[in-house]
Design a protein around this ligand. Sequence first.
Ligand code: GDG
Length: 736
Amino acid sequence: MGKTIIISNRLPVQLQISNGSINAIPSVGGLATGMKSVHSGGESLWIGWSGLTDEDTPEELEDDIDIALKEHGCAKVKLNSDEIDGFYYGFSNRTIWPLFHYFLKYSEFELNYWDTYKAVNQKFADAIIENSDENDTIWVHDYQLMLVPQMVREKRSDTTIGFFLHIPFPSFEIFRTLPWREEILEGLLGSDLIGFHTYDYERHFLSSVRRLIGLEVSFNEIYLDNRVINVDSFPMGIDYKKFRDAAIAHASKSKEERSDLQARLDNHKASAPDTKLILSIDRLDYSKGIAKRINAFEYFLNKYPEYKEKVRLIILAVPSRSNVPQYQLLKREVDELVGRINGELSTVNWTPIWYFYRSLPFESLIDLYTSSDIAWLTPLRDGMNLVAKEYIATRTDKTGVLILSEMAGSAYEMNEALLINPNNFEQQADTLKQAFNMPLEEQVSRNTFLQKRLERYNVEVWANEFMNALKENRDLGKAFISEKMSSEILLSIEEAYSKSKKRLLFLDYDGTLAGFHKDPQQASPDEELYELLDELHEQEDTTVFLISGRDKQTFGRWFLPKKYNMIVEHGVWISRNGEEFKMLEQVKGDWMNKIRPVLESFVDRTPGSFIEEKNYSLAWHYRNTDPDFGTKRATELNTVLRSLIGNDDISVLNGNKVMEIKSSNVNKGRAATRMLSEDDYDFVFAIGDDWTDEFMFQELPDSAITVKVGLKKTQAKYHVENTARVRQLLKRFTKP
Ligand code: GDG
């Protein structure tokens, strides 16, 4: 068992240099606390930027910094201020952050930001290579490091790599606007497991993978080269116990032990017992909807003036990315809004908004959470939003109302909260009123559910689930995928071939001997293939069958003059040595008139799809449709067909971008075993890429050599990557 290597932009400790000595201060953010259990349990190393630029670091302190970091299980990536500007303030926070939060107009597509992002990602990847070995498990975090997985994979093809994105992954329509969209996807696809907070982000990512780089995706698995990449959602939890315990300790504090902030909050409550405190805490970021919230608050006070002097909004806005112009503008906007509303609405006894623009210590956060009757969080987009969870965790008596934006990832798990659309002021005004008047029993009942869930699915469980999935997926990936055809295996097959006395070969055509074409009629064999098949066909003691789902007319035209043996339409027809096709199986075709109109209606409604009509089967091809739409329609068609065909002897085969409807008693496995029984073969070989070839792999005896083309779940023993490799493999059989 190797180490666990965690990689994030920032480390869980922040270094400060004062008077020539180094202080390491623990970071408080969600990521740092979340990964604590992974980082502290067993052997692990956390790699990231220390928070000090090269310019801020006196050379003589470099070693001391390394020692200080080592004490916390960390290692640093050195970055200079230009790199921080281009990589962090530039590409990460002026390109990716706005784009992934749907602020398309704020997103800047600057080539030099991108170049720095690439160079810095390479530095992180190099640091990983330097500090790890092949057996280590690597977990890369967040949008600043999306190229790192592939950069590591290039040097360490067998290392286990996980990636977690803490922010939303936007819909394809947004993501496609990024000039470097393919590079970002390819960077992420270096991972074995890619995690998101919600299923929606996962879905958006898979859609981009399908549409932009055309990879095959099956449910949540992506097939790439000789790897399977798993994509899944893991909603991040909080350190529930930490917040709960802090709230309990807070409740038992004597008057003297209270903080100044708490004393002020208590005084407020004592002087106006029928008023309520509404709390919002966020980094000062445009994605958090702070300005809109203030406007909505004004709207509420105007719509329901009876609440004037009865509610107070506390806004804690934590300074963030103040080097980025958009954040400076937002700061000015919020300052002005708070000033204007307080100026217009304040009375002698009442200021509607208390506004703090600073970071507060953890204890003050607990003061605010425990003293506020309502938490009102209105992000316009938020990957998760941990503040919502923290507020609920601190409500030890189970009172308190959470009003939460549906645009936050946490809304998916916090259904018992009052969910709002942050753009709908009318709805928010009504919801604030509802929250103000919510009976205590209802608050307790809602929060009981919420707390149970937060306690159970806490951050430790989150991190462990991700790590377990990473290890499991990696092992599973190895288990269900057939063994790669190595040169040793190839050699032993070649040897068995030449030693054998009677050989039987089944070769699938499309996707195996020849690549796919948009129009199946164009996938005719090339000269090289004819030569290869001629050589095989002419060998003594060797029976080669081309075995395909195609119709007999096409195969007849291509191969009858060559006198190859052929089984077509999955086993309905057979032709040997240039003879006309004969029926191998008796099949009925009367069902076709019923099914054809159904398929036609799907062709009409699915641009790019078409019907291929064979003698005893019908195929609906959707290779040329929009990938998501085609897959959706295929599922729909499957349901329709199943209800139509009932118990008839008809089956539906889901092939590679094709659905084929045919008689059940016909399949390639049945046809192949019939051929096998005709003679005493001592070398049996079958190769194919499709679902329909699985019948052969299943039904041929164990001694048969079965080979899958491409990396998919299969019953075959071995796999090769593509049609070029198939040809190379078959070429070996033609050697004398
Ligand atoms: C990103 C995603 C996702 C806040 N103010 C103070 C303070 N905090 C702590 C909170 C909370 C954390 O910071 C903020 O977490 P959020 O989840 O709300 O938001 P982001 O910082 O934007 O985080 C987000 C998250 O990553 C995790 O994946 O949920 O969607 O944007 O823990 O308590 N802590 C202290 N003083 C403060 O003034 N001590």
